[in-house]
Design a protein around this ligand. Structure first.
Ligand code: PHB
Length: 394
């Protein structure tokens, strides 16, 4: 057998080549973005990924001398998959930040991984109040259901709505919406006469709406997650609930900008409360909406997109300002510290990350569906400034 001989130069070249990926890796800041890209919550994934990519296109992919790499994974909105993907991203890819999280169960399933690995976990979508308490490494840029539901319960009794039936998806955010809406409405002298919960997966609203028709309240208050609003609206109108004198009021998840324009004129006049509308009349939002639509074949950004866009802002700013020694990559703890207390103007309006709770504090708007230039929008008509998550004061 002929023995192979390597020259010293060849060996050095091999060694150098082997060392290259490690060198490149040291300078790469990785964001593991876990989203539902397929299945029932796919619109959330589509919106957030598009927003994250827009943020990077506008702000470059180099921050503080580090190259930003976005690694997108599809969890199909199954929490077991979210947790497994997070584990792989932390252990194999050595991501610096975990982000995304389309639904509450996905965020809750992953929180322990963030704690164990000391990796900041930026929740861009999920909105159950308790998520930020599941790990000290959770930071939220979306919203909470108590935060937006209370505003509507203040508005309703002042506008002739005293008796209300609530209809919510039967899991974290729905239960939060039901509880905080009811508490505040009752405090204001109104009454929730019945609380209905529909399954989160593949809900059939028909039997519930029939029941509401029979109960004949002044209004029906609804929370369903982004993507399910159009089905509720369709069945509400098909059953002639509006003609029977029952008003539809909801969190902005129902008149979701991703679907609103296809809901038809039956949606006109529906009053909702939320933190973001594509029609928010600020210069920054107009620029954001135009750029988002241009980059995505006319797709209108919804509140999920804004959660993703602002989440990227929080991550970029943390990397830019985190305390490090020399050129080293900032630790998870240093990044987390630099995320706390950030205050900035978002397309939604002013927002900040409460340093104590790591949750978002923001303005909440009352909006009404109106036609503008032939398209349906949530037009803001009132604002409650600097709303903290009421779920945190208990
Ligand atoms: C959630 O699962 O926390 C969630 C999902 C979609 C929404 C709101 C909350 O629109």
């Amino acid at each position: 057998m002929k023995r192979r001989h390597f020259s010293a130069a060849a060996l050095a070249a091999v060694t150098f080549a082997a060392a290259l990926p490690a060198l490149a890796q040291d300078n790469t800041f990785k964001i593991g973005l876990i989203l539902p890209m397929t299945g029932q919550q796919a619109t959330t994934g589509r919106q957030i990924e598009a927003a994250a990519r827009l943020y990077m296109a506008q702000n470059g992919d180099t921050v503080a001398g580090k190259k930003i790499q976005l690694i997108v994974k599809d969890d199909t909105s199954l929490p077991d998959a979210t947790r497994r993907l997070a584990q792989e991203l932390v252990v194999n890819d050595k991501v610096n930040v975990l982000a995304g999280f389309g639904i509450t169960p996905s965020a809750l399933a992953t929180a322990p991984i963030a704690t164990q690995s000391k990796t900041p976990l930026v929740v861009m979508a999920a909105a159950t109040s308790s998520i930020t308490e599941a790990s000290p490494y959770v930071v939220r840029t979306s919203f909470t259901l108590p935060q937006v539901s209370v505003a509507l319960a203040d508005w309703a009794p002042k506008n002739g709505i005293k008796k209300v039936v609530t209809l919510v998806s039967d899991y974290g955010p729905g239960i939060d919406a039901e509880k905080y809406f009811k508490e505040r409405l009752t405090f204001n002298g109104g009454q929730v006469t019945e609380s209905l919960r529909v399954p989160m997966r593949n809900p059939d609203f028909a039997p519930f709406l029939q029941k509401v028709r029979d109960l004949k309240p002044d209004a029906l208050f609804v929370f369903v997650p982004s993507g399910a609003g159009a089905a509720v609206m369709k069945q509400f109108l098909e059953r002639g609930m509006d003609k029977a004198g029952i008003k539809l009021i909801a969190t902005g998840d129902v008149t979701d900008d991703d679907q609103l324009n296809d809901m038809g004129d039956g949606a006109l006049g529906v009053v909702t409360s939320h933190h973001y509308s594509a029609a928010h009349p600020s210069a920054l939002n107009k620029k954001f909406v135009a750029a988002f639509e241009k980059a995505n074949k006319g797709m209108r950004p919804n509140f999920m997109a804004v959660g993703g866009y602002d989440g990227m802002r929080v991550i970029y700013e943390a990397l830019r300002t985190a305390k490090t020694t020399g050129k080293a990559m900032p630790s998870g703890d240093a990044l987390l510290a630099a995320m706390k207390g950030q205050i900035f103007e978002s397309p939604r309006g002013k927002m900040f990350i409460d340093a104590q709770t790591r949750d978002v504090v923001q303005d909440v708007y009352l909006r009404k569906v109106e036609k503008k230039d032939g398209q349906l929008f949530n037009v803001e008509f009132d604002v409650i400034k600097d709303v903290k998550d009421p779920g945190k004061t208990k």
